[in-house]
Design a protein around this ligand. Structure first.
Ligand code: ZN
Length: 165
């Protein structure tokens, strides 16, 4: 496994649409492993392939229950709305409030080529939506309602809960 360089806001690759993966070969397995390692190193809860310069529909998410490798995700159902604070490894030192569905259900292919249905709520729902947006060239900054000052002392509790993906 190897760390990959995380692309930052302003890099045109973050604005492109990623292509579906039609064959899970060794290169894709290595990509997914590297993405997990890169996400962990950066202490993020999610990472999408375009963030490491690869325009393929792959994301990794870890909300504290171990890494999930997600290929060709599609949202098949969503429910409710929730406004919460988000950050992004491609947009360092910034965080803002974004409205997302409270619960989502997705269909994806795992690294063994099997179709999986995953339901997520709270942080997992937020991470899923944030990462799928990356596959379509969308950043959370496109949807932000209000930026949050990360240096304000009264926001200490919020800071602890803030997660970057
Ligand atoms: Zn992000």
């Amino acid at each position: 496994m190897a760390l990959r360089r995380i692309r930052l806001e302003g890099d045109p690759i973050l604005r492109k649409k990623s292509r579906p993966i039609d064959e899970i070969n060794d290169r894709i397995q290595v990509l997914l492993d590297d993405m997990v390692e890169t996400m962990r190193d950066a202490e993020g809860v999610g990472l999408a392939a375009p963030q490491v310069g690869v325009l393929r529909r792959a994301v990794v998410i870890d909300v504290g229950e171990g890494p999930i490798k997600i290929i060709n995700p599609e949202i098949i159902d969503e429910e409710g709305t929730k406004i919460d604070i988000e950050g992004c490894l491609s947009v360092p030192n910034k965080a803002g409030k974004v409205e997302r569905p409270e619960r989502v259900k997705i269909k994806y292919i795992n690294e063994d080529g099997e179709e999986v249905i995953l339901e997520g709520e709270g942080l997992l729902a937020k991470a899923i939506c944030h990462e799928i947006d990356h596959l379509d060239g969308i950043l959370y900054t496109d949807k932000v309602i209000e930026y949050v000052d990360l240096t304000a002392e009264e926001d200490e509790e919020t800071l602890e809960e803030e997660e970057e993906s």
